[in-house]
Design a protein around this ligand. Sequence first.
Ligand code: GTP
Ligand code: MG
Length: 198
Amino acid sequence: MNIRGISFVKSAESMDQMPDEKFPEIAFVGRSNVGKSALLNMLARRNALARISSKPGKTQTFNFYCVNEEIYFVDIPGYGYAKVSKKKRAQWQKRIGAYLTGRTTLSLVLHLIDSRHPPTSLDKEIMLLLCENQVQSLLVLTKADKLSGNGITRSIQRVRKDLTAYGMELPIIVTSALGYTGRNELLERIFNAIPTAS
Ligand SMILES: Nc1nc2c(ncn2[C@@H]2O[C@H](COP(=O)(O)OP(=O)(O)OP(=O)(O)O)[C@@H](O)[C@H]2O)c(=O)[nH]1
Ligand SMILES: [Mg+2]
């Protein structure tokens, strides 16, 4: 179970520009700057496949990558970025919601949350949306290299508490894009979510 090959396929602004629904998809979802693009690079062991930036709002399109010619990874625009107009932000949120609830080949959502911060109200909206629409998902705590062992334990407890409040129980995976932390566990979950994948 590993990534033998990964290549960029295309960017889409909306559902009608996306590739045909021919492969199962793994979506990277989370607020701006949480580390979605960095996580994709970490899984692929490629430094510059997806563009990352210290400035939030870097990824503004749905970016499709083909893995092992059998799966799509989809790096999606971050939500909650303060420096765009209210109208544009609402538009993005609508597009993300449409994708998460309407894409028939969506197999697994990796919902990323910064391990240093509590889930935001938008994070909680996404949790609910995924739960209500029965989209298979898991929680990824990012940037764990910035926390101590105790800090990580607290972070896991905090997210679990929010999930429990919604009656949800999801795997929580601690990651760091710097140290490859969590890579094997995450890859295993991804490939297990796709029955035919090798
Ligand atoms: N220390 C540390 N920094 C990280 C990690 N993951 C990402 N970063 C940093 O966080 C910033 C944002 O990372 P991105 O991957 O661009 O974030 P994103 O979620 O794709 O952001 P948008 O495209 O704006 O939605 C960059 O400066 C990264 O270097 C991590 O695991 N550890
Ligand atoms: Mg990005």
